[in-house]
Each structure stands twice: as C-alpha cells, then as structure tokens.
Design a protein around this ligand. Structure first.
Ligand SMILES: *Cc1c(COP(=O)(O)O)cnc(C)c1O
Length: 345
C-alpha cells in the first residue's frame, strides 16, 4: 500500500472518510475488547441516550509523520486521562487509558496511508468519541455506550503563515460556574454554536468568554485556551475562578516548554479583562492550530490592541510555537514520554 494521493496542502479542516475506525461497546457492565471496522455509520434507536440528553464526550489529537518516516502522536496519555475525567463527570463508564492507547495504535496503523507526508503541513486528526447508545426516556444515564475512534487528514491550519486574528468579548457564557466547562463534553459545543455564529456574522474570528460567575476575568475561547505575554516577556496563563476552563494539552505543554526549555517565568492566575491592555502578545492554543496569534480583542467596540500587531506572531509566541511544533514533528528532542510512536506493520 502507498500513501493516498491527496492535495495535502489544500485539504482544509473537514471530515474525510478514511478506511478504518475502532469501535468498542459497553454492555452488561463492561467494555468489549474492541475491533477495527470499515463501517463509518452508527445505527441507533431513536430513543438512544445521546439523542435525548446529549450524553457524549470526545477528544481530539493528531498523528504526524516525522522527517525520518516514523508516525508519532503527541502525549496521547493526557487525552486518554481527560476522556476518563469527562466520562466520569457525565456518568459514563470510563474507557481505560491502556485501551485508549491500543485503539490509537490500531486506528492509526490501519490508516497509515492517510497520514500526511512530512513537510506537507497536513496532519492526521484523530477523533475519539463516546456516547450513550441504549434507550433512555426518564432522565438517567444510559446502560450501554459506544466508544469510537476515527481519523481524518486535515490540511495546514495556517495557509501562508499565521496571521493574527481579531476576537470579541462574548456576551454569552460557554459554561456554567462549576458546570461542565472543564471536561470535553459535546454539550459545551452545542451551547457555543449560537455565540460563534453570532461572532462570525459580526466579522470576528472567535469569542473570548469571561468567567461565568463574575464576568470580569478571562477564561478561554470556544475551542482553545488563552496565553498572554506580559511586558517583561513572561507567560501569563488565565486560571478559571469557577473551574470552567478546559485543561488543554497544548496549553499545559506550552507552560512546560516556557518554563523548562525557554527559561521564561510562567504565572498561572486569574486574569482580569481590565488588565489585558498591559500585555504584549496573546495566543489561542489547542491541538488544531497549536497556537493562533491574536492581534486585537474587541470589547463592545473598544479595541484592545497587542503590540505584536496584525501582521505576524509576536516574538515570544513565535518561539513557543517553533519549539512546540519542533518537538511534535520530531525535529527537537522531546521531554520524556511526550512522543508516542505508532508501530506500523
Ligand atoms: C479541546 C479544547 C481545547 C484545546 O485542548 P487541546 O488538548 O490543547 O486540544 C481548549 N478549549 C476547549 C473548550 C476545548 O474543547
């Protein structure tokens, strides 16, 4: 078999059906051993728990081809652990870390021809998802669940370099105080759709959500955590006053890179909206883009402009971006345990 012939640089971020996916079912109190299938469709009863009360959670990670032709994933143990946390919070049966990694190895190796070539800028996006599959009419957790892991190649997030974006301070909240903002639940995204469509219609790339309890501190965007660089060139990372920020793997890795590799100081603390004008750089971090630079925040017509401007990433964020992507792509040595190589037969 050989790599698929795709125009890797121009495939965009959308679903493309690949050859295989992994499926495991939870029945009679346990997960089965799981298997690979070519069937991309799920047949559910009309009364399935996920369709009634949105009992679902998911993850997102990527596989890359390295310069020397290996296929690697980045800290998948953290995605596996976070999915356990998500499942527990939603009264779903956790899928073990070992079985998650086994599923990952199987899915990526079965779809190895879909892993974009090194240097194309494209990557293989992997989507684990779990949902209540048995019937539920009274409000309660389902008795049966399905875990799936599928993948789709995605193009480079930034075509022609990372241009800074403009974001708005949202009038909507993404999550409730002490609700489900800190887990990767599908329902958080259903909640955010109206806000994102509204922001796009107004010409903004993303929403910045404030903490839902006091609406005075910065939380995150719909699908990415936020980082700032202060006037001394150090990293400031917003901490939630109401535990409603999703613990991004990318953000946690950036904090490590900043402290241990680049020697920056890192402050993780609540960040007030009214102090943001003191910062020099802002970025959004998540698996999809790694870091997207933000040039401006629009707060109800008032613009907060970062010194890094609207042309390119600021210098500190650029350094963080280059270091982290270098580690992910195998160009720089990774901290112990960060790179999980997929054994391909
Ligand atoms: C997935 C997600 C992120 C980014 O997390 P990564 O693990 O870095 O991909 C940030 N915020 C929200 C709300 C998310 O769902």
């Amino acid at each position: 078999m050989a790599k698929k012939e795709l125009d890797w640089a121009n495939i965009g971020f959308s679903y493309m059906k690949t050859d295989y996916r992994y499926v495991s079912d939870f029945k009679n109190g346990k997960w089965d051993e799981g298997h690979i299938t070519d069937d991309a469709n799920v047949v559910l009863n009309e009364c399935a728990g996920v369709l009634q009360y949105s009992q679902s959670c998911f993850e997102g990670l990527k596989a890359y081809e390295t310069e020397d032709g290996r296929i690697v994933t980045f800290r998948p143990d953290l995605n596996a652990k976070r999915m356990v946390d998500s499942a527990k919070r939603l009264e779903m049966p956790p899928f073990s870390e070992e079985q998650f990694i086994d599923a990952l190895d199987k899915v990526v190796s079965a779809n190895k021809d879909w892993v974009p070539p090194y240097g194309s800028g494209a990557t293989l996006y992997i989507r684990p998802v779990m949902f209540g599959s048995s019937v539920v009419i009274g409000v309660k957790p389902a008795d049966e669940y399905q875990f799936r892991m599928f993948c789709t190649p995605v193009g480079p997030y930034f075509k022609g370099g990372a241009k800074p974006i403009v974001v708005k301070v949202s009038d909507f909240d993404r999550a409730a105080p002490h609700g489900t903002g800190n887990i990767k639940a599908g329902l958080n995204y259903a909640m955010s759709l109206h806000a994102i469509v509204t922001a796009h219609n107004e010409g903004f790339a993303e929403n910045v959500y404030l903490d839902p309890a006091t609406r005075t501190t910065i939380e995150e965007t719909g699908g990415a955590n936020i980082i700032f660089v202060d006037a001394d060139g150090n990293l400031v990372v917003p901490k939630s006053a109401s535990d409603s920020i999703l613990p991004s793997v990318t953000r946690r890795s950036i904090v490590y890179v900043a402290e241990h590799i680049l020697g920056l100081k890192v402050e993780e603390r609540t960040v007030r909206l009214d102090e943001v004008h003191n910062f020099k750089e802002m970025g959004l971090c998540g698996t999809a883009a790694v870091i997207s630079p933000v040039g401006k925040i629009n707060d109800h017509g008032k613009e907060i402009c970062f010194e890094s401007g609207m042309e390119k990433m600021g210098p500190v964020i650029q350094k963080l971006y280059d270091t982290l992507t270098g580690i992910q792509m195998g160009r720089l040595e990774a901290p112990e345990g960060w790179i999980h190589e997929i054994k391909v037969d």
